[in-house]
Write a protein of this length. Structure first.
Length: 733
């Protein structure tokens, strides 16, 4: 292979005018121009200068690849040249960076290999060569792949072989082109890496992409963003929904006609396995809007069918009254689509009951956006389980006793939750109208608010979003974004709002249903001069009214014949006069009426007297007429709850707190707000101070509960820090 040189004046070869394809030549640097189709548009200037210094000393070590200047560029290169400059004769195919460095180094000659190539061939080679760069940004790589497919005949499948990458790698890079403009900008600025960018790009909704970007770039107290694993977990919980757990039939194309069947949808992971190679299921939806639209359409269709055939439906509003806590029991009902703890195992209750299962009642789950669930009356289910021998009468009785205790806790929790949420909203409104802040700095307020936010659950975060008007998508990220952009006044108000929400985490004691003091709400309310008493009274009146149903006319049981007993009941051999009438179980209406009557008596009676008389009246059992005997061998009916036991207000008579220091012989009570631990059995119990613990560092006292409060099997004498004790008045004997 001979070495050719070209004249800078005429551009003609000195030795020959015809070159073999791939022949090595030495060209004048001025005779070579860069290609207009080179995909590389940006060059790192410091690194280019370093290369130029090397070329100045050693020359270009690897020849550039050129072709004879195409005819289409003759006019452009002639018009654009400076006066007296030589006419360009060749165009760079590969090696633009080396050509620039050679020019910067001031070298007159540059080694080159001349190739015969068409415009399409040049573009393909340039794109592929550019994609092999070490410093290529993933977005540039994605744009290069797209251009290669659009402007050449290369398919996506062939592309992987040409660039030496896997199909999943190429598909993932191409997916980056679906990033929104703000996500692309963050990617180029290195605020997110390629892995996080791909997670965001796979979200088809622009608004959700924005939320995901906020989550990916959110910084904690250590100025660190969430780890990739944590970010993926967030995406799975917020924007990737499992179709195998969907409430609707995923092959039903009629739910949302424009979307069609999920099986044929391109937004299902199984439709693009190379793109979603990291997802362990083919049936995951990445379009939450479409998913929820189908779920809503399904619920409407199910409700329409149920109404048409007269099936009972419990709406979301009524369901919330029956089911105040998501993880608690439903008052008067049991779920058929969940296992029953009394039976054990993991089978659904309706599967266990089989053909004997009662007709399900549809209930809209108030904790899952109205999701339809199947329930049945608790008494009917218990009876079926008992008759089939799956539970014993003792288990049935235990279940009723537990339900009574839980009813007490639920009632207390409902009152506490209602007035606290209302109080937080009122205080927040007062704060929003305020224009004066405290001396807390903006940065400190944000840090405290962020720390308080991390301890909240979904319900509390959603309540904060509602009060701040932030919507219902990605509540954690929405609040964090609000804090990041809030001025000092709004940051402080948000801090107080999040502080008050801490009092929503624990409403009542699980041991005895005693309300946990809402000291944070009280403190902030006092700071902003908000009186909580009217709020509590309004809530009390509303719940009291709700608990006062019209008592249905009772059927006369006195006229019923003595023989009208439960079928199969064993008759007693004792004389009728010797038989003791048994108490029947009061109906729900009667118990609620007792509660309402007790409230009325308490409100009208003098201080102290009302509680006694109402409590005494409530303790009177409701007697059944003689002869209304229970079935022999059946579990006895659970003791009816008194109004004061079943409702959190007003409280049973308690010793009055007195503002006196703790001392030997004083009567004290263990505050119900003390943290749970080894002494949790003593919450709200009263005893007598019997000694002081010396050398404890902080004031600590011994309390003797003997003869004053029952503490079960726990020691009658226990030690407590002074801060959890309060001195109370000794009741008159």
């Amino acid at each position: 292979m001979s070495t050719k040189e070209f004249s800078a004046d005429s551009g003609a070869a000195i030795e020959d005018t015809e070159l073999d394809d791939g022949e090595f030549v030495m060209l004048d640097d001025d005779m070579v121009v860069e290609s207009l189709t080179n995909p590389r548009q940006t060059f790192n200037l410091p690194r280019l200068k370093e290369l130029a210094e090397s070329v100045k000393v050693h020359g270009v070590q690897q020849p550039i690849v050129v072709r004879v200047l195409p005819a289409s560029r003759l006019h452009e290169t002639f018009e654009g040249r400076r006066k007296g400059a030589p006419l360009p004769s060749h165009e760079v195919i590969m090696g633009a960076r080396r050509k620039r460095a050679n020019t910067m180094a001031g070298r007159a000659k540059i080694p080159a290999i001349v190739k015969k190539m068409t415009d399409a061939q040049v573009l393909e080679v340039q794109l592929i060569e550019n994609l092999q760069r070490d410093d290529l940004h993933p977005m540039e790589e994605a744009e290069g792949y797209e251009r290669l497919c659009k402007e050449t005949s290369v398919t996506k499948e062939q592309l992987a072989d040409k660039v030496g990458k896997s199909r999943s790698y190429v598909y993932a890079r191409l997916k980056l082109l679906e990033l929104t403009s703000d996500a692309r900008a963050a990617f180029y600025e290195d605020k997110i890496d390629a892995s996080r960018a791909l997670v965001i790009a796979r979200i088809p909704d622009a608004a959700l992409q924005h939320k995901a970007l906020q989550e990916a770039t959110r910084k904690d107290f250590n100025d660190a963003v969430p780890s990739f694993r944590a970010f993926v977990r967030w995406a799975q919980q917020n924007v990737m929904l499992r179709l195998d757990a969907a409430r609707f039939k995923i092959t039903d194309a009629s739910l949302v006609p424009e979307a069609g069947s999920c099986k044929d949808c391109t937004k299902r992971t199984g439709a693009a396995p190379d793109l979603f190679a990291d997802v362990d299921s083919a049936d995951v939806c990445v379009d939450p809007k479409c998913f929820h639209a189908k779920a809503a359409a399904h619920e409407e269709a199910v409700l329409a069918v149920a109404k048409a055939r007269g099936q009972k439906i419990i709406g979301e509003r009524e369901a919330k009254k029956l089911w105040s806590w998501e993880h608690g029991k439903i008052d008067g009902y049991v779920r058929l689509d969940r296992p029953d703890e009394r039976v054990g195992g993991s089978k659904m209750l309706k599967t266990i009951l089989g053909k004997d299962a009662p007709e399900p009642i549809l209930m809209q789950n108030p904790h899952k956006g109205g999701e339809l669930i199947e329930v049945a009356p608790a008494e009917k289910v218990t009876k079926l389980l008992k008759e089939s021998g799956r539970i014993t009468p003792q288990q049935s009785r235990s279940d009723r006793v537990i339900s009574a205790d839980e009813a007490k806790r639920n009632a207390a929790a409902k009152y506490e939750k209602t007035w606290r949420k209302r109080a937080i909203a009122v205080v927040h409104q007062v704060m929003a109208d305020s224009v004066h802040g405290s001396e807390i700095g903006e940065k400190v307020a944000r840090l405290i608010a962020s720390e308080l936010l991390s301890g909240l659950r979904g319900d509390e975060r959603q309540h904060v979003c509602e009060l701040l008007g932030l919507g219902k998508v990605a509540d954690q990220a929405a609040i964090e974004d609000y804090l990041a952009n809030a001025d000092v006044l709004r940051a402080e108000q948000a801090m107080y709002l999040l502080l008050m929400q801490q009092d929503m985490l624990q409403l009542v004691s699980w041991s005895n249903g005693t309300p946990i003091e809402a000291k944070r709400i009280a403190a902030v309310a006092e700071d902003y001069a908000v009186d909580l008493a009217p709020i509590k009274k309004a809530v009390k009146d509303e719940l009291e009214e709700a608990a006062r149903p019209k008592v249905k006319a009772q059927k006369s049981e006195d006229s019923a014949p003595a023989s009208a007993k439960a079928q199969g009941a064993k008759k007693s051999t004792a004389p009728p006069a010797a038989q003791k009438p048994r108490a029947r179980k009061p109906s729900a209406e009667e118990v609620q009426a007792q509660i309402a009557d007790a409230f009325q008596a308490i409100d009208q009676a003098p201080d102290g007297a009302g509680q006694e008389s109402a409590a005494d009246a409530a303790r009177e059992p409701v007697q059944a007429p003689g002869g209304a005997a229970e079935e022999e061998g059946a579990a006895p009916a659970a003791r009816s709850l008194t109004p004061l036991q079943a409702w959190p207000f007003p409280k049973e008579a308690r010793s009055k707190v007195v503002q006196e220091p703790i001392a030997l012989g004083k009567r004290v009570r263990v505050r119900p707000t003390m943290s749970h631990g080894a002494n949790s059995a003593y919450l709200d119990k009263e005893g007598k101070v019997s000694g002081e613990v010396m050398g404890a560092g902080t004031p600590r006292w011994q309390v003797n509960f003997t003869g004053i409060s029952r503490v079960g099997r726990w020691p009658k004498i226990a030690e407590f820090d002074a801060e959890v004790l309060e001195v109370v008045e000794v009741p008159a004997s």
